[in-house]
Write a protein that binds this ligand. Structure first.
Ligand SMILES: NC(=O)c1ccc[n+]([C@@H]2O[C@H](COP(=O)([O-])OP(=O)(O)OC[C@H]3O[C@@H](n4cnc5c(N)ncnc54)[C@H](O)[C@@H]3O)[C@@H](O)[C@H]2O)c1
Length: 251
């Protein structure tokens, strides 16, 4: 397999490069808005990038990179793994449109453990029912630019539809008049130090509490997930693919 890394000089880009080298995956090039050194040719923009036909593009960068990245991928017919978080609703629609032309794998979390957590949360919401209040907490390193995390939003999406009346996201709480409403799911973001990624979903019942949680101990878990997604995508027809497709294909 050949890959092209967008955000190649960032923390995740470098983790993908390290895993790819360890697995014998060929890194044809990188793209990054910053300057720095790496073991493969790295370009400042998609406009400067030569034709990388036959590669799968893996992106861990910033939402601003999305449009030029998708233009390049469509022009060169490259499958794309999009792992960047913080896209706007309009950008998600742009991804939908492009997925009619090329295969696109999109997940705010590339870990199989989080795919399982999502499944367990949806089942817990169905089993526990309307009387339980749900709150999501997440913690990340102090460099993270978006909040709440894409993973917290992914978990919220999975849970909210389990209820007859979909529950609304409540991002944090503060003030003198913010009593919890029954039809909301609180989402709370902690930031500090070097935390790779922690997510906890609490179901608070009348006299009991269920907590489901996941801790990423090292960012290599996301890098190896992205490489698995790239291998999965390499021979796919155009469409939008998710972790569910990847996990299901493994059985
Ligand atoms: N899906 C997942 O499993 C997962 C896991 C970890 C991180 N992430 C996400 O991946 C993204 C990157 O995380 P990180 O910790 O590596 O951040 P980082 O800041 O270390 O790296 C981002 C890199 O992107 C580069 N960049 C910025 N704008 C660019 C542009 N327009 N074009 C090309 N490159 C550009 C930066 O120069 C930087 O090198 C974030 O959105 C983060 O939330 C996703």
């Amino acid at each position: 397999m050949k890959i092209l890394i967008s955000g190649a000089l960032g923390h995740m880009g470098r983790a993908v490069a390290a895993q790819a080298s360890a697995q014998g995956v060929d890194i044809v090039a990188g793209v990054d808005a910053a300057t720095g050194t790496c073991d493969f040719p790295c370009y400042a923009s998609f406009d400067a990038l030569p034709d990388c036909s036959g590669a799968v593009l893996i992106d861990f960068s910033r939402p601003e990179a999305l449009s030029p990245l998708l233009d390049y991928a469509v022009r060169n017919r490259l499958p794309v793994v999009l792992a960047t978080t913080g896209y706007s609703p309009e950008q998600e629609q742009e991804v939908d449109r492009v997925a009619r032309q090329i295969p696109v794998f999109r997940s705010a979390n590339m870990s199989v453990g989080v795919a399982l957590l999502k499944h367990l949360c949806r089942e817990a919401a169905k089993v526990l029912g309307e009387s339980f209040d749900v709150e999501i907490m997440e913690a990340h390193h102090n460099r993270k630019v978006d909040a709440p995390s894409g993973t917290a939003l992914l978990l919220y999406d999975a849970i909210k539809d389990a209820y007859a009346e979909p529950r609304q996201a409540q991002l944090g709480r503060g003030g003198r008049d913010c009593k919890r409403q029954h039809n909301e799911i609180g989402i709370h973001a902690l930031r500090g130090g070097t935390v790779t990624g922690e997510h906890e979903v609490c179901f608070f019942g009348p006299a009991e509490r269920i907590r489901l949680c996941h801790s990423a101990e090292d960012r290599s878990v996301f890098a190896s997930g992205a490489l698995k997604a790239a291998a999965f995508l390499a021979d796919k027809t155009p469409g939008r693919y998710t972790m569910e497709d990847l996990v299901t294909s493994a059985h």
